[in-house]
Design a binder for this molecule. Structure first.
Ligand code: ATP
Ligand code: MG
Length: 228
């Protein structure tokens, strides 16, 4: 391991349809746990492995912006919305790497355990380890794991010599470690929030008030075709 140290930048990809306190609390805690300089939230344009989001790109971007605008360490990175075609995290990380060329920066790609378990389906997924560290957060309702237990074989093999419990290790190489962070478990999902709103049930306290107000004003999840 070299003596040079890297500043750490969190990259938090997702559909954010809508963003909620599960995302935001994890991000806040990871800033402290990993001593991140910042976190970039990267909303997916057209996710390859799931249905098209319900809210338009425009609404998802504004909701995310509203949710993070007061946090000096949170930034919206809309590169995947600006790019046409399907969204690939690898493509975004490649671009970021190029933009930060010459700077002592290491990226920490933040991923919930539900998404991590599906990683082998992602486009060029093995390259993620060349471009960033992976930071896995647990989610209620999904298996929680410590290191290699319960992983699909492909993932187990790809991660086998990458695990670390040492936060400082992430600062000494620019990519390649896999770290499991102990963040507060919040059983909140965008799917549940969308269902509550569509059923005219309260979604208060699951996401920021300004986001909920935006959803109400623009009928984001209630009226068909009004969110385009
Ligand atoms: P949906 O129900 O539409 O899939 P979601 O709540 O899972 O939405 P996503 O935008 O799909 O939110 O998630 C983006 C990333 O955030 C994923 O890596 C996911 O695992 C993680 N994540 C989402 N909600 C939580 C949560 N409550 N706790 C920890 N991680 C979360
Ligand atoms: Mg999800």
């Amino acid at each position: 391991m070299s003596n040079e140290t890297f500043s750490l930048i969190g990259i938090y990809g997702g559909t954010f349809d809508p963003v909620h306190f599960g995302h935001l609390r994890v991000a806040e805690e990871l800033i402290e746990i990993l001593q991140l300089d910042e976190i970039r939230f990267v909303p997916a344009g057209h996710p390859r492995l799931r249905n098209e989001p319900i809210a338009s790109q425009h609404h998802r971007k504004i909701m995310l912006y509203e949710a993070i605008r007061d946090n000096k360490k949170f930034f919206l990175d809309d590169r995947e919305l600006r790019r046409s075609g399907e969204s690939y995290s690898v493509a975004s990380l490649r671009e970021l790497k190029e933009e930060f060329k010459g700077k002592k920066v290491a990226f920490c790609f933040i991923i919930g355990v539900d998404a991590f378990l599906k990683l082998p389906n992602w486009h060029l997924w093995r390259e993620l380890f060349e471009l960033s560290h992976l930071v896995i957060v647990n989610r209620p309702g999904h298996i929680s794991f410590q290191h290699q237990a319960c992983l699909p074989p492909k993932l187990q093999e790809a991660c086998s010599d990458r695990w670390t419990d040492d936060v400082n290790a992430l600062k000494h190489v620019s990519s390649g470690f896999v770290f499991t962070a102990e963040t507060t478990l919040l059983d909140i999902s965008s799917t549940t929030i969308r269902a509550y709103i569509a059923a005219e049930k309260s979604a208060r306290y699951l996401l920021p008030d300004n986001v909920l107000n935006y959803i109400g004003t623009h009928h984001v999840y209630t009226r068909e075709n009004e969110n385009r």
